[in-house]
Design a protein around this ligand. Structure first.
Ligand code: KG4
Ligand code: ZN
Length: 357
């Protein structure tokens, strides 16, 4: 089975072709990603209107490149998948409408993929990870711990009550004048900084639930920076190191609580799976490894280019859904907001309806 996948929910215009074999294994035939980072950098964050326009301008050629690199023609693919949300609605409309047009003209099934579900299923493409596993998704827009029990069967165990982790990194970088996107820049500064110089809070520490809260940490960092301003290069490095250490401690504590909840509710997970741009952070990867080791499971961290937004994850989620006969009609709506648990509810309803018939 071969599926074309399209991703346009944020600031990456991406398309990919992925093949899924009978034994459940997958192979990426092409994976083309055009980042819009330079177009948003001057604003210190993604500007939705600029993103939507950039997707319109680039998507046709990105899809053509993905098809050419895969050596595929439209008559050799089995379906067209696009991220139908959650995300910036202008961009989602561009990707989903394009997928609908291809599906209609080429008479192929359409698969409207939830972007978070695609992150969640990537570990099955890269490592063939069996269900059920515990997903830690940390990106610029999301921070979630999820029990992934099957395709379309997700239970959110914890989420952030305010900022996402990537967002906290980006805001910290902006505050310290480092640029955008902030994560890699803060990580670079942190390497030469002293993580013990500033005492920053570890919000939610020790709570039984698995939720996160990061806005207090961000404010504490701002107050420290204001207190010692003007900042020297060493001050900036020390603030970054102290901030990153606080995040690492928070991830350890909150995810540990998430894994405990997983155990209690669903038994032992087969793996801890990392996804999202923040998983690129070496200090965070290290603490995830430590946690997985302590709990006695393996850490699956897909290669960097598959942790951040890409078309291959959408194509793969499309394959997984298509293999189960889960396709969508051409009037499926794009969604700015689309929590993972709503998929499970919809699927449950669909199955119940099918059984009733
Ligand atoms: O998954 P992603 O590419 O896009 C979405 O947000 O969906 O994640 C981007 C986020 C940004 O907030 C970026 O600052 C963060 O991931 N990020 C990092 C690192 N690399 C990217 N955060 C911390 N350390 C990094 N090395
Ligand atoms: Zn994402």
């Amino acid at each position: 089975m071969i599926v074309l996948g399209i991703e346009t929910t944020c600031d990456e215009t991406a398309a990919a072709v992925v093949e899924r074999f009978e034994d459940d294994r997958g192979r990426i035939l092409s994976n083309v990603v055009l980042s819009q980072v330079s177009e948003h950098a001057a604003y210190g964050g993604v500007v939705p209107e600029i993103a939507a326009r950039a997707h319109v301008e680039a998507l046709d050629i990105i899809i053509a490149n993905a098809m050419a690199q895969a050596g595929c023609r439209y008559d050799t693919i089995d379906g067209v998948a696009a991220a139908a949300g959650p995300g910036l609605i202008g961009g989602v409309i561009v990707g989903l409408t394009t997928a609908k047009a291809i599906a209609l003209v080429r008479n192929k099934p359409l698969i409207a993929v939830n972007h978070l579900e695609a992150h969640a299923l990537t570990a099955r493409l890269t490592d063939n990870t069996p269900f059920p596993y515990c997903l830690f998704l940390a990106s610029g827009g999301h921070t979630q711990t999820v029990a992934v029990r099957g395709v379309g069967d997700y239970v959110r165990l914890g989420t952030t009550q305010d900022d996402a982790i990537g967002e906290a990194f980006d805001k910290t970088a902006k505050l310290l004048g480092l640029g955008y996107p902030g994560g890699p820049l803060v990580e670079k500064e942190a390497v030469r900084g002293d993580p013990t110089r500033f005492t920053l809070p570890r919000p939610m520490h020790g709570r039984k639930d698995a939720d996160f809260s990061l806005s207090g940490l961000k404010t504490a960092l701002r107050l420290e920076a204001e207190r010692i301003a003007p900042l020297s290069d060493q001050d900036v490095a020390d603030l970054c190191a102290s901030f990153q250490q606080a995040i690492v401690d928070v991830v350890y504590d909150r995810l540990r609580a998430g894994l405990m909840t997983f155990r209690t509710r669903f038994g032992s997970p087969t793996a801890l799976v990392a996804a999202g741009g923040v998983a690129a952070n070496q200090a965070i990867r290290k603490v995830l490894n430590r946690l997985a080791f302590e709990v006695g499971i393996t850490l699956v961290a897909p290669p960097l280019e598959l942790c951040t937004d890409n078309g291959a994850m959408i194509a793969w989620a499309g394959c997984e859904r298509l293999a189960l006969g889960l396709t969508d009609s051409l009037d499926v709506a794009p969604r700015a907001r689309w929590p993972l648990d709503e998929i499970a509810a919809a699927e449950g309803a669909r199955r119940r309806t099918a059984a009733y018939k």
